[in-house]
Design a protein around this ligand. Structure first.
Ligand code: GSH
Length: 267
């Protein structure tokens, strides 16, 4: 089994947490979207949305995050010949869908200093144009990615889009706070894939230094966040890259790569 992912991608983090929690071995391929690796024709041919993550098991390729997580759970159930626990699977799925409905893109990009954002997005547009020249048969799909990039820039110019995303996140966190006042974890007193979907959202808030606004005012979420951060899966998937000072070398590495490529005009 292969997973194409990146530590910075929220949906990749969800899938990697699911793999770690279920003890599933897989071959890991890092595809850094900030350096345009997702635009390499070898990857893009398989996945013309260029979105991460992509999970592959033989000829079976899955692009949807929830589908991948459910597939991973099924692998575990089959490989251990255990009874499928359906007692709270409806709640788990509902929570996963609710969390998945919040799109982190505008929220994240809006909280990155504009000079870095503009610098990286200009670089990425040049990467797409260079790849298009290398693989003309994929030009139509590369064009869609360029269009998408311009539309995102446009959305970022309208403050209503950020406002909507913030309101959506607040509503989600309020529901989570209410749930956590009744149960230890999101879908009951056991850790489930619903928690796997939520953890990267909290990690994104922390990465952007927005805990005071979104986490600290919600005591149950604060308590929960401290508990789940102790899990080996969190440390492996997120903590290793983003805990405290660690986020600086992780982000700096990408920025250096982009700067050097820009100076050399190598896209
Ligand atoms: N197919 C995925 C979408 C995954 C997705 O949106 N991934 C983000 C990273 S977390 C991405 O790759 N974005 C790049 C882009 O929007 O161009 C799903 O709905 O589960």
């Amino acid at each position: 089994m292969q997973l194409y992912h990146h530590p910075l991608s929220l949906d990749s983090q969800k899938v990697r947490l699911a793999l770690e929690e279920n003890g599933i071995d897989y071959t890991s391929y890092h595809v850094n979207p900030l350096t345009g690796k997702d635009m390499d024709s070898s990857f893009f041919r398989m996945n013309t949305t260029a979105k991460l993550p992509v999970f592959q098991n033989g000829s079976h390729i899955i692009f949807d995050t929830i589908d991948i997580i459910q597939y991973i759970e099924r692998i575990k159930i089959v490989s251990l010949s255990i009874e499928s626990d359906t007692t709270n699977s409806r709640e788990v799925k509902e929570w996963m869908q609710k969390i998945q409905a919040w799109n982190s893109k505008i929220f994240t990009l809006s909280h990155i200093p504009q000079k870095y954002r503009v610098f990286v997005s200009k670089f990425l547009r040049r990467v797409v144009i260079a790849r298009m020249a290398e693989a003309p048969d994929l030009a139509g799909d590369y064009h869609l990615k360029l269009k998408d990039a311009y539309e995102t820039e446009e959305k970022l110019r309208n403050p209503n889009n950020l406002k909507q995303s913030e309101e959506h996140l607040v509503k989600l966190l309020e529901e989570v706070e209410m749930q956590l006042s009744k149960t230890t974890y999101l879908a009951g007193d056991e850790f489930t894939m619903a928690d796997v979907a939520l953890i990267p959202v909290l990690a994104r808030i922390e990465l952007l230094d927005l805990e005071d606004e979104y986490i600290s005012s919600r005591p149950k979420v604060v308590e929960y966040w401290e508990v789940v951060k102790q899990r080996p899966s969190y440390k492996q998937v997120i903590g290793k890259y983003f805990s405290g000072w660690r986020k600086y070398p992780t982000l700096l590495k990408t920025l250096c790569f982009v700067s050097i490529r820009n100076i050399l005009r190598r896209y």
